[in-house]
Write a new protein. Structure first.
Length: 430
């Protein structure tokens, strides 16, 4: 690759380089031929300090030999490597090529390490010392400049190690925050509150919410004005994680301290605070490791529990055997049935999927659809259907099916009745 817009500089450099080497050779050859000003006693006639004479001996052979070797080396080098203008060299070596090779070698070495993390939940990753060592390095290199090397944040940058979350502390929410970034917007809102006195009064009311020092007369006067703030911070001031509006009752301050001037400043000037997005910088595996690292700092809250753990089924399963996971193949469609509230695949799934895998090798795609029963909470059931579909996808991947050959198709009605027959994931070739 060349930055030159014409051949001129390329030729210019080549001529000077090759010309330079040839000129050195010529000089060697000429100086070996001509013996300038030699007297009969083989001196040049120069005499110093009365007795020091300059001899005129030919160049030593070993020296001439070395010189010729350097010339041969120069030509060999210029033939093999890029040194002459835009000529690439017969080895086609380049800095970017070498860099790319080193990066891909690094990625290859890292792949098995990350592969060991695949399929691990955030909770499991957070307990894995190796994953956390990697998470720590990723955090130090990318996050510490804003959140601090102890992740305890600073003014304007939230503490990630406490249980106080602006945007939520479940694995899902933390992942979402890191992947897509967040922008917290507190608008300048003094005009809606009223006079500067009203603003001070509502500030004292806010201070009273967290038991911070406040003037109770002002606080009582300010209380009705808090209606303006309730849309975001909640009527009780406990915040709203969907908007990133912080809890004002816990005496934890992201943007300042629990004093009147800070609150008045927020109301008067507002604040827009940006957490950058990282999904393009990290691989999905690195994102999971980072999520687990942040979650595991101590402030993380549990994620969504599978339906069975929270909702008691209206009709208890008839018997453990009837509720056990199983797998069947009907008309080329592989059907996985699941235990209540579980996303584990039944034994024998490899064998059941053999035809599907063969179909993919023959160029087809796999379509995965999940169905749920009507028992329990609909949102949790849908989440469970997703997890079951992912479990099937992961199984297909371990059987060598490339991810881009796998499609998810949400059925129009995912509720397929009651009982185990309904709790299923169907896999078909599409
Ligand atoms: C340029 C500064 C900056 C960098 C770098 C940065 N963050 Fe943030 N982060 C912020 C700000 C500012 C917020 C608060 C956003 C808001 O006010 O709504 C934030 C918020 C967060 C939150 C949400 C906290 C809560 O209470 O809900 C998490 C989690 C987080 N960052 C993790 C990370 C991780 C992990 C990295 C490294 C990959 C990172 N951040 C890098 C500035 C940064
Ligand atoms: C449109 C939504 C919205 C409204 C209305 C709103 N806020 Fe906020 N407020 C936010 C957000 C978002 C933040 C977080 C800013 C950030 O990311 O740093 C915030 C931050 C604050 C903070 C700083 C908290 C800290 O931890 O340092 C205070 C204090 C505050 N708001 C008080 C108020 C008061 C008082 C009102 C009403 C007069 C109000 N807010 C109205 C969204 C809102």
């Amino acid at each position: 690759m060349s930055d030159f817009t014409s051949n001129f500089w390329s030729i210019f450099i080549s001529v000077i380089t090759i010309g330079g080497i040839l000129a050195c050779l010529a000089l060697l050859w000429i100086s070996g031929k001509t013996k300038a000003m030699t007297l009969s006693d083989n001196t040049t006639g120069h005499v110093w300090d009365g007795d020091l004479r300059e001899m005129n001996n030919p160049l030593p052979r070993w020296w001439v030999g070395l010189f010729i070797i350097t010339v041969v080396f120069a030509f060999a080098y210029l033939y093999l490597y890029p040194g002459l203008g835009t000529y690439e060299g017969s080895l086609k070596w380049s800095q970017t090529g070498q860099f790319d090779r080193e990066v891909s070698r690094g990625n290859e070495q890292a792949a098995p390490i990350y592969a060991a993390f695949a399929g691990m939940s955030t909770e499991q990753l957070a307990k894995d010392a190796k994953a956390m060592a990697i998470g720590d390095r990723l955090f130090m290199n990318n996050c510490a400049q804003c959140h601090g090397s102890d992740a305890r944040g600073g003014k304007g940058f939230p503490n990630l190690a406490d249980g106080d979350w602006m945007w939520g502390g479940s694995p899902d929410k933390i992942h979402e925050t890191i992947a897509n970034g967040r922008t917290g917007v507190m608008p300048p809102i003094a005009a809606a509150v009223g006079t500067p006195e009203d603003v001070r009064n509502v500030a004292h009311y806010v201070l009273s919410l967290s038991g911070s020092p406040n003037d109770s007369v002002r606080s009582n006067l300010g209380k009705p004005k808090f209606a303006v703030c309730a849309a975001c911070h909640g009527a009780d001031g406990k915040g709203n994680q969907a908007l990133g509006a912080p809890n004002l009752t816990d005496n934890i301050w992201v943007d300042g301290a629990g004093v009147e001037s800070h609150i008045v400043n927020m109301i008067t000037n507002g604040k827009t605070n940006v957490m950058p997005a990282w999904s393009s910088k990290f691989t999905p595996e690195q994102m999971n490791v980072l999520t687990a690292y942040v979650w595991g700092l101590g402030g993380g809250v549990p994620g969504v529990q599978p339906a069975a753990a929270v909702a008691t089924p209206a009709t208890p399963a008839a018997s453990p055997a009837a509720d056990a996971a199983s797998v069947a193949v009907e008309n080329g469609v592989v059907k996985f049935f699941f235990s209540t509230g579980k996303a584990e695949l039944a034994a024998g799934s490899d064998k059941a999927l053999a035809d599907v895998v063969a179909g993919v090798q023959a160029g087809k795609k796999v379509v995965i659809s999940g169905y749920v029963d009507t028992t329990g909470n609909a949102a949790q059931n849908e989440e469970l259907a997703k997890q079951r579909a992912f479990a099937v996808r992961d199984q297909l991947k371990t059987l060598g099916v490339a991810e881009d050959k796998i499609e998810f198709k949400k059925p129009e009605n995912i509720e397929a009745g009651a009982g185990k027959e309904a709790r299923r994931v169907e896999v078909a070739l599409g």
